[in-house]
Write a protein that binds this ligand. Structure first.
Ligand SMILES: Nc1ncnc2c1ncn2[C@@H]1O[C@H](COP(=O)(O)OS(=O)(=O)O)[C@@H](OP(=O)(O)O)[C@H]1O
Length: 345
């Protein structure tokens, strides 16, 4: 080996050291990406698995990784671990009351991460299990709140029990709105998909025969757009599982008129620092709704989609009045149960 000059020897030595370090990096990386693969590939012994799991987990923790049941996840900065978690808070309803607006506004907060689309776990996919549900959640850092919104939870009979079994201290948010406007909004959505739908007036009232006065029309409380506005019934079910202090009621009307004030209540309820303020909103007079100056995904001003804030059809005032009379006792009951008088006409 004398023929190799001293400098070249040093270069070859450094080259092998680098090669070894590269190999070490590869092995560690493999073990961080899939610890089972690591254990079987390098030791082929089942008994080694748990031992190496704990070793690799400890090592991963040192590097700022964490194991979420499937993968090791990490953020660029050390000690910041991204993990998918079950929700800490849920927007449980009510359909057509402003649930999307609430979620989009909440997403402006750096400490909130939310699933983009409705997950429907507690109503449709409960049989898939909590691991399935967790997979649907966005990865969060420790201290961040995981959320999702599915308005149909509000009226799903089994939802309160199921949500309770996931986490009895979960925080619940319910947006509510004048049930008459809500019913028209609900109808407008259906009519936009089915233009041949009968008039609102024809669906909201149903003929009933009373012995002393001939045919008479009454409010059809079984028609879903009407039925969903009876907020007191589902609330009773939620209150059987959760104390009232765990449910925040948000006014759909105030969310439009003064979004910053309503969002201040929401942030306080969720234990978040006040970040979302009036600086985030502007009123778009063409749309007739508050829109966002910027958001997590877009740096330019934008409104919610065109399916939010639709023009409602003209409804016969007589039918509106009939609906108001119909809802009045239910609204009173709802004010009593929620502890808030929403002042709906
Ligand atoms: N900022 C802003 N922009 C647009 N729309 C807003 C906003 N804030 C509240 N709203 C009201 O939200 C209504 C839709 O409610 P949801 O999002 O709960 O509907 S859904 O249940 O998810 O289909 C929607 O109902 P319609 O007006 O009937 O479309 C709006 O009145």
């Amino acid at each position: 080996m004398k023929w190799i000059p001293a400098l070249s020897k040093r270069i070859i030595f450094i080259y092998f050291i680098l090669l070894f370090l590269l190999y070490l990096f590869y092995v560690l990386n493999t073990c961080l990406v899939d610890e089972r693969k690591f254990s079987f590939k390098y030791f082929s012994l089942r008994s080694h698995v748990s031992k190496y799991q704990s070793v690799t987990r400890r090592f991963a923790a040192l590097l700022g990784y964490s194991f979420d049941g499937n993968d090791y996840m990490r953020l660029g900065k050390p000690n910041q671990v991204l993990t998918k978690r079950l929700p800490d808070a849920l927007i449980i309803g009510v359909k057509k009351c402003g649930t999307r607006a609430l979620l989009e506004f909440l997403r402006l907060h750096p400490d909130v991460r939310a699933a983009g689309s409705e997950v429907h776990f507690f109503d449709k996919y409960y049989h898939k299990g909590f691991e399935w549900y967790r997979e649907k959640m966005p990865p969060t850092l420790e201290g961040q709140i995981t959320m999702e919104k599915t308005p149909s939870y509000w009226v799903t009979r089994s939802a309160p029990r199921r949500v309770y079994s996931m986490n009895p201290s979960v925080k619940l948010l319910a947006v509510v709105r004048d049930p008459v406007t809500r019913s028209i909004s609900d109808y407008t959505q259906s009519a936009s998909k089915r233009p041949s739908l009968p008039r609102f007036e024809d669906l909201a009232l149903v003929n009933s025969t009373v012995t002393w006065g001939g045919p008479w029309s009454v409010v059809d409380s079984s028609w879903p757009p009407v039925r969903l506005g009876i907020y007191a019934r589902p609330l009773k079910r939620w209150l059987r599982r959760f104390p009232r202090s765990r449910i925040l009621f948000i006014s759909g009307e105030r969310l439009v008129v003064d979004p910053a004030a309503e969002m201040a209540r929401v942030q306080d309820f969720l234990g978040l620092k006040l970040v979302i303020t009036d600086k985030h909103f502007y009123f778009n007079s063409t749309k007739g709704f508050p829109c966002l100056l910027k958001s997590e995904s877009r740096s330019t001003p934008h409104c919610l989609g065109k399916n939010k804030g639709r023009n409602h059809p003209y409804i016969d005032p007589v039918v509106i009045e009939r609906l108001r009379e119909f809802y009045r006792p239910y609204n009173e009951k709802f004010y009593e149960l929620s502890g808030i008088n929403f002042g709906w006409p």
